[in-house]
Write a protein that binds this ligand. Structure first.
Ligand code: SAM
Length: 297
């Protein structure tokens, strides 16, 4: 039997190509995580676009790199994205670095990639640290299927809608959170997911004070009622347990609706509630019930 030849990788794709945007991942805390390839790209591109030019300037100077730098952040991303794209079309090469980690994950990098894609400008990625993936791998929760939720909105309605969408989510969920919102977020999560739901709180990843706290939402809330949250957090929350989903209501849809009607609900309300619990469109339930009624007439 012949097996495919194993490879340790290739360094063929290392030449800097004019007119290309390089998304360069930077460390999320530990400077040694900046890759050899990232350093090469940062040293050789025509210019660097950075979310925070002061921080990124310090990072580059730490590695002896001096490069023309422009800012690219949330509040100038529209005009600046256009001017970066125009320079790329003119043949210059650009490295995009954001505050930390992989550009385009919960930062303005997402927009410039779309602008480049629309204009047919080549974009390539120099992969490296990403807080979400680092936390997931350390969480001890299932990693086979997961959903990245980024930051929760500060707006109450948007927040409530997001949690409602996540009710019954079976995949492991990953959230970014700032320390001053942590307590509120844990309280909200308890309300929607229950105090027993497993959570891994990952703090200051790759830094000296890295902490991976594997617990439940209830215990985490009690812990942070006593202790001030500090540093940057990723919350990895276990998905809803599969069993609970089927235990709560009968498998048969008509039986489910009949049970709700028997509890005093009007037919349409029972259909709506049944659809919501099962996470299916209400007209699907409506059609099933109608067909059933027709069959029995
Ligand atoms: N693009 C970045 C990435 O690849 O992960 C994320 C940028 S987002 C603006 C910043 C958030 O990432 C922080 O608020 C925190 O939730 C998370 N984060 C970044 N560095 C972290 C670290 N060292 N430890 C824990 N969380 C971190």
């Amino acid at each position: 039997m012949s097996y495919p030849k194993k490879t340790i990788g290739t360094d063929e794709k290392n030449a800097i190509i004019g007119g290309t945007l390089y998304l360069v991942a930077t460390p999320i805390g530990n400077l040694s995580d900046l890759s050899e390839r990232a350093l090469k790209v940062l040293s050789e591109v025509d210019f660097v676009a950075a979310e925070d030019t002061r921080n990124s300037g310090l990072l580059l100077s730490r590695f002896g790199i001096s490069k023309p730098m422009i800012s690219y952040f949330e509040h100038n991303k529209r005009e600046r994205g256009e001017s970066i794209a125009a320079r790329l079309e003119g043949g210059e090469s650009c490295a995009l670095i954001t505050d930390a980690g992989t550009p385009a994950i919960s930062d303005p990098g997402e927009d410039i990639v779309r602008v480049c894609a629309e204009r047919g400008i080549p974009v390539t990625s120099i992969p490296g640290a990403c807080a979400a993936i680092t936390a997931l791998t350390l969480s001890a929760l299932p990693t086979g299927r997961f959903v990245f939720e980024g930051f929760l909105s500060g707006n109450k309605t948007d927040r409530r809608e997001r949690f409602e969408e996540l009710l019954g989510e079976r995949r492991t969920m990953i959230f970014y959170e700032a320390p001053h919102h942590l307590r509120q977020t844990l309280d909200d999560m308890i309300r929607y997911f229950g105090a027993d739901r497993p959570v891994t709180l990952c703090r200051e990843l790759t830094k000296l004070n890295e902490e991976v706290h594997r617990t439940t939402l209830g215990e985490a809330a009690a812990y942070y009622a006593e202790k001030d949250p500090r540093g940057e957090y990723v919350l990895v929350v276990g998905g809803s347990a599969e069993k609970k989903q089927t235990e709560d209501y009968p498998e048969d849809i008509a039986e489910h609706v009949a049970l709700l009607e028997a509890s005093g609900m009007k037919r349409m309300d029972a259909i709506k509630a049944c659809a919501k619990t099962r996470g299916v469109p209400k007209n699907e339930i409506y059609n099933i019930i109608n067909r059933k009624d027709d069959d029995t007439e």
